[in-house]
Design a protein around this ligand. Sequence first.
Ligand code: MN
Length: 740
Amino acid sequence: MENREYELLSPEIMYESLEKSVLKLNPTADVGQIRAAYECAVKAHAGQKRKDGSDYVTHTIAAAQICVEMGLDEDSIIAALLHDVIEDTGVTHGDIAKQFGTTVADLVDGVTKLTRVQYTSKEDEQMENMRKMLMAMSRDIRVILIKIADRLHNMRTMEYQTPEKQRSKSLETMEIYAPIAHRLGMQRVKWELEDLSLLYLDPIGYKEITDALKAKTEILESFMSSVESAVSERMGEAGVNCTISGRIKHIYSIYRKMYAQKKEINEIFDLCAFRVIVDNIADCYNVLGHIHDMYKPIPGRFKDYISTPKPNMYQSIHTTVIGSEGIPFEVQIRTWDMHHTAEYGYAAHWKYKTGEQGIKVGDEEKFAWVRVLLESQQDSDAQDFFHDLKIDMFSDEVFVFTPRGDVINLPAGATPIDFAYGIHSAVGNRTIGAKVNGRIVPFSTVLQNGDIVEVLTSKSAPGPSRDWMKIAKSGQARSKIKQWFKKEKREDNIIHGKAAFESEMKRAGVPMSALSDEELLPGILKKLAVANLDDVYASIGYGGMTATRAVNRIKDEVLKSQKAPQKTTLERITERAEQRKNQASDKQAVHGVLVEGLDNCLIKFSRCCTPVPGDDIVGFITRGFGVSIHRTDCKNYLNNKDDPQDGGRWIDVSWTDSSSESYVTTIKITASERSGFVMDIATVLNSLSAKVLSLSARDLDGIKSTAIVTLEVKNISDLEAIIARLRTVSGVSEITRAGN
Ligand code: MN
């Protein structure tokens, strides 16, 4: 687009050209304010020079020029002109607001904040967090668009920088800004950012490709013009109005292909791509038909992104065909409307569609285009993307840095306590103070995007305080704090818990004496799912269960026993025998299991190993509950089958094949300690429409977590498919079935 001669023009000449482009797009634009911004920038940056010797302000004019080309509104253009004044000169947010309004001041402020974010190359997950953080910080989409314009111009003029700076900026561009541009559908900007980055990241690889392309220029150009004229002629005959242009693919896309497919450039044939632009959608399909008639299409390469747009709103028909010389080439067919979106993204498209006003500034209207996207998308891929985008835009997350530059992702409203536990429970438990951006702050401080957070720890720290449970925003931090109290403070917890429990009993009118009634106690403990009363007290003490809840659970049981006279042992036995008989008579079929030599016996699937059809199984004749079915690899079976007393009660059983029931089974998932792991498991299960009966997760030691999932499946292959998918969840190290 631009070149160096343009760069070295004087600021005034560059500005004149900017003003001309603004007026060309919008003859009624208020260029007075734009000129005022230019003059303000000239004054503020006076005396500052760029590395190439030009006036610093030429950079901000060039960035503004890119914003015009992206189709951004006047506020964005003004903000682009001023984008470096807060960072580099004495001008403040207030100064800008006074002269240009708060919208412009906020935009400049937003760009300044993005500029201050420290970047270090990290693994992919960190990169994604980093991208999300930048998006989240750009509450107004225009902030990130101006930042991209700024970065694009800096990349275009990177040659005067030191090699270190060239490398680090290029890496950042490749890992952060090019993917964001892609996500926003700004294909043309993305390509340019990628090619410029590659030039500094792998100059030899870059040169290899450009040299090879140069050597082939003549061949490629004559090839492209022959295809262009053949297609134009054909469409002319068919009466279709179209514009066709060939281009050599962008360098980084060739580079990626060479490395992904381990090929030399000479082995890559489809170096050219053609674009046919027509007036309406019907003509897109029309052109496609003609092209498939003229050239042989390569099977599997046809993609219709018109009927199914890409998540970033990209629309076109893609096909790859083989030309007469045996050279394959790609053709993209689209309307002008689609073309505009593809070049500069949907943000620009919005302006294009709504005429001269551009993106509306009112809060209501600011994200109108995002809403339009959301509403117009139905397929699930796109849904995912927009879910992400929505999180990015209307963030319920906050992204902060460790002093080392790692990004930690926390729920919005998180405090330094969440941060500390987000790093490790051991860090959380030893925390004695916190710093945000270098200053000591109270634990209740709410963290902001981009904050650098540091926790002060001490080996002799007293451990978390009970107040932290209220300060912590994330469930993860709260459960780790609870756990600490559970482990470290059992004695204390029992005392606290017992007091709370007793007063709640009194309040509910439940006599404490019930707890010392030997007849009642086992039932009470069972209701509470604990082994003894101290466990209940401890659990109330550390906050695992509330006293009210505990009392509610046992209230009915105790009060009932007070009224009803005690049953005799004989009565109880008779009652149970009766119940059992009823169970046996209304049993359903035989649960799809055939028991050797026994017809119509009661079948029960063991809870220790939860077998499903397809598993090798064995039956155990229980005392009074029919046959219980185990897997042959269940440890209860393995340990018991040779037992002198019970060993003889194991009998052969087999699955009948006519079963259409579902079976309850339990699996255990072990994963490296990672936030969001349980969410991811739940998401996968949900996407498979698995019928989950329960999912509980536990942090083992701050290094590993486990999740126990009980679900219904039809058979073993059903289950294996689910397990295979769960193994792909990041961090998962082991999945075992219950009973092993
Ligand atoms: Mn800049």
